[in-house]
Design a protein around this ligand. Structure first.
Ligand code: ZN
Length: 261
């Protein structure tokens, strides 16, 4: 009795991704407050009779009981806490949660607890359908998430000369990790950034509560510029992480050869 109880653990989770396997099973990528990103299998979940079924939908906040397995853990019980119903039926909003989940999935490492990132996920999903400008919500989420996962772009001191940045025209953004002052900008490979977009980036970074951002109106032009800047930065980070993961895999192979031979 004791032994089997030790193998069980409880956690809250949001399902970021799911892959159907076998006849009725599903492998879930879950984001949890105390274990970070984990993967677990839900046995028989695609059967109509499954008691797990409705409680393991994508982007649903659930309470789970999991059992330790050899390779993957098993979802034993699930109970919905918040289905974030607002965006479920609105075709204009349907891709937002997919993007929110995918970005977290791609930027976060497995089994690395980050309770603030979990809270950010809940907050952002909760704002989809309520935010006045849903695209601005995504930009806020991107900047907040980058900060929580260790990729916070520098918006207050020049990336090159470290001088405090004044609210002026003539700044540039570098995918190396932040803004460059008007003096250094011409010497660097960086994208020019308007003063308005610079200010929006700072607002998004300093507002831990989305309510402060939701009060602000951002024009389409500025919205597009901010989106371009953050997209290029995210692209750069994701490619760099991918390269270092490939390098590590390769390095392990290299090391493995003499040990095995
Ligand atoms: Zn500078």
């Amino acid at each position: 009795m004791e032994r089997s109880r030790d193998k069980l653990y409880r956690t809250e989770a949001v399902a970021l991704r799911r892959v159907d396997v076998g006849e009725a099973d599903r492998i879930l990528t879950l984001y949890t407050p105390q274990f970070g990103k984990i993967r677990a299998i839900a046995k028989g979940v695609r059967r109509l009779t499954s008691h797990l079924g409705g409680h393991l939908e994508l982007f649903t906040r659930s309470k789970l009981l999991l059992a330790k397995g050899r390779d993957l853990d098993y979802v034993s019980q699930a109970e919905t806490v918040d289905p974030f119903i607002v965006f479920r039926d609105d075709p204009n909003l349907i891709w937002y949660p997919y993007y929110i989940a995918e970005l977290l999935d791609r930027l976060s490492a497995d089994n690395l607890a980050n309770p603030p990132a979990y809270q950010l996920l809940l907050d952002t999903l909760g704002w989809v359908g309520r935010a006045k400008e849903p695209d601005l919500l995504l930009r806020w989420y991107e900047l907040q998430l980058l900060g929580l996962l260790g990729y916070r772009p520098e918006l207050h001191r020049c990336l090159i000369c470290k001088t405090p940045l004044e609210p002026d025209e003539g700044h540039a953004f570098s995918v190396q990790g932040g803004v460059i002052c008007p003096t250094c900008a011409p010497t660097q490979r960086a994208t020019a950034i308007s003063l308005a977009s610079f200010k929006v980036l700072r607002l998004l970074q300093r507002s831990a509560d989305y309510r402060e951002v939701d009060k602000v109106h951002v024009s389409d032009t500025i919205g597009s510029e901010v989106k371009r800047i953050l997209n290029s930065y995210l692209q750069y980070i994701l490619e760099r992480e991918l390269r270092s993961a490939q390098f590590l895999a390769h390095a392990h192979e290299e090391i493995a050869v003499p040990i095995n031979s």
